[in-house]
Design a protein around this ligand. Structure first.
Ligand SMILES: Cc1cc2nc3c(=O)[nH]c(=O)nc-3n(C[C@H](O)[C@H](O)[C@H](O)COP(=O)(O)OP(=O)(O)OC[C@H]3O[C@@H](n4cnc5c(N)ncnc54)[C@H](O)[C@@H]3O)c2cc1C
Length: 304
């Protein structure tokens, strides 16, 4: 199969890019590894207040609006189609191979395939996954409601999970490796809700029997054990760039390096959204980069 432009990833960056591409009459195909478009929006369980024009609703509601908008604009979208590798070299079109072996050749590829959950990689974390260790308090809210819960992480997701669980009557403690990085609004709401934050504290191990019972941590006061009924790990994300690393230069953490025109080191390959490590990683920046990338790609392909 061959298209003019292949957009890999249907989060805010990829959706914005695909809508722009369609409006500019590029022959575009939008791919996503997940079953529905929206990307990280499916993890945003509150109203994102920095998105102009989106007056109410949570992340999944915005993702549903994206799906409707893509359908209304007749943007070809293939879901459940993760990209597995990229072949790109000077003098020929890039080719993306999907899981299952199908290859798609394109005159231009836009990488907008962002992130997945990071793990702590400590003993017990994988062993007790699903038996007291959770990676999403929103998904496991019913089991965690009203219980003693430790949440690990200092970013927006950890604080958001802590606030959601506190609302269900859980007694929550936050364990943060350094200083909390969550937005000020979340930090002050956590403080107002009386949620203790153990900062500069590292997790050493999760221990238990048939399920996780204790987290061993090391902090300013030395080592200690935190007993709880649930342990939620929200320590950020790692970029989904393995499939394009090699032809595309990435930084030491796996984020794609781009120039001011959002071009990567590989010929005919651009990138947009959180995968480029923008400041701040956010819905409006992802949307803006998606649009900007299409302007650059159109100029490269059509000369205007
Ligand atoms: C809890 C939480 C709260 C947040 N709150 C806010 C907020 O209030 N305001 C705000 O502006 N931002 C917020 N953000 C950040 C915002 O959601 C992201 O910055 C934005 O979603 C980034 O968009 P993106 O398109 O770059 O990536 P993503 O949304 O991550 O989308 C990437 C897409 O790529 C797909 N993909 C990955 N690998 C592959 C592959 N190999 N092949 C095909 N597809 C692939 C994924 O399935 C996904 O759909 C929040 C994030 C979280 C987690």
């Amino acid at each position: 199969m061959s298209v003019e432009l292949l957009v890999v990833g249907a989060g805010p960056a990829g959706v914005s890019a695909a809508l722009w591409a369609k409006a500019l009459e590029l022959d575009v195909l939008l791919l996503d590894g997940a079953d529905v478009p929206g990307g990280q929006l499916h993890s945003v369980h509150f109203h994102p207040q920095d998105v102009p024009g989106f007056e109410q609703g949570d992340g999944p509601a915005l993702a549903a609006a994206y799906a409707r908008q893509l359908a209304a604009a007749s943007v070809p979208l293939r879901t459940a189609s993760p990209a597995e590798s990229l072949d790109a070299a000077e003098g020929r079109n890039p080719v993306v191979t999907l899981r299952g072996g199908e290859s798609i050749e394109a005159r231009a590829v836009l990488v907008a395939s962002v992130v997945r959950r990071r793990r702590l990689e400590v003993p017990g974390e994988r062993e007790f996954d699903g038996r007291g260790v959770s990676f999403s308090a929103t998904r496991d809210r019913d089991q965690l409601a009203g219980r003693e819960v430790v949440i690990v992480g200092g970013g927006d997701a950890a604080f958001e999970n802590a606030l959601l669980l506190a609302q269900t009557g859980s007694r929550v403690t936050l364990v943060v490796r350094g200083e909390p990085r969550a937005r000020a609004e979340f930090r002050s709401r956590a403080s107002a809700a009386g949620i203790p934050v153990l900062d500069h504290t590292r997790v050493l191990e999760v221990k238990g029997d048939t399920r996780a019972r204790v987290m061993r941590v090391s902090g300013p006061g030395g080592e200690r054990e935190l007993a709880a009924e649930g342990f939620v790990i929200k320590v950020g994300v790692v970029p989904n760039s393995e499939w394009c690393r090699g032809p595309v230069r990435c930084d030491a953490d796996g984020f794609v390096a781009v120039d001011e025109r959002l071009a990567t080191s590989a010929p005919a390959v651009w990138a947009a959204g959180d995968i480029t490590r923008p400041t701040p990683p956010s819905i409006p920046v992802a949307i803006g980069q998606g649009a900007q990338a299409i302007a650059m790609i159109r100029a490269a392909l059509r000369g205007r």
